[in-house]
Design a protein around this ligand. Structure first.
Ligand SMILES: CC(C)(COP(=O)(O)OP(=O)(O)OC[C@H]1O[C@@H](n2cnc3c(N)ncnc32)[C@H](O)[C@@H]1OP(=O)(O)O)[C@@H](O)C(=O)NCCC(=O)NCCS
Length: 137
């Protein structure tokens, strides 16, 4: 299976069920995931606010239904990290998004400390029904 990151296509993203789970921002860089020549999802990241921090970001990923369960989350996120020289990926995941929680934990993402989570919630940076995870590359 050959997986590549191609140019982002908004119409393709709009066609995917579950697209409301990812954030499309003008601070983000996104790609269509191509698997053996066929579009299989979208992966990208939102850069941190500070322009001086360029080696991490908030990952966004959606896999097309027919491509789920094939290990594409890891392949696509690894390709993204490599392409942009990212040393850390953060993921904000809704507690009820079992597939995303399972998938990201399996790939080595760890939930931030309870203290950090509380701090983010207090600052209004994380909703009650969300958690934040990170993976260091
Ligand atoms: C989250 C998402 C990218 C995962 O893609 P995927 O290819 O299915 O991921 P993986 O196969 O690596 O892992 C999914 C795991 O969740 C499990 N799973 C999927 N749906 C589930 C459900 N409803 N209940 C319980 N487990 C579920 C799968 O069995 C798998 O676990 P396993 O490896 O132990 O079998 C995909 O579901 C998706 O695109 N969702 C919509 C967009 C989204 O939520 N993006 C993430 C935003 S934070």
């Amino acid at each position: 299976m050959i997986t590549e990151l191609a140019d982002f296509n908004q119409n393709y993203l709009d066609s995917l069920p579950g697209k409301e789970e990812i954030v499309i921002s003008d601070k983000g860089l996104y790609h269509t995931i191509i698997c053996d020549g066929t579009p299989a999802g979208v992966v990208g990241f939102i850069k941190p606010k500070s322009e001086t921090q360029t080696d991490w970001g908030f990952v966004q990923i959606i896999i097309a239904s027919e491509f789920r369960g094939r290990g594409l989350v890891k392949i696509a996120e690894d390709l993204l990290a490599e392409k942009y020289g990212l040393k850390k990926l953060l993921a904000t995941i809704k507690l009820e998004n079992i597939a995303s929680m399972k998938s990201h934990k399996k790939l080595g993402f760890k939930i931030l400390s309870e203290e950090k989570i509380m701090e983010l919630r207090t600052k209004g940076l994380l909703k009650e029904n969300e958690v934040r995870l990170e993976k260091i590359y």
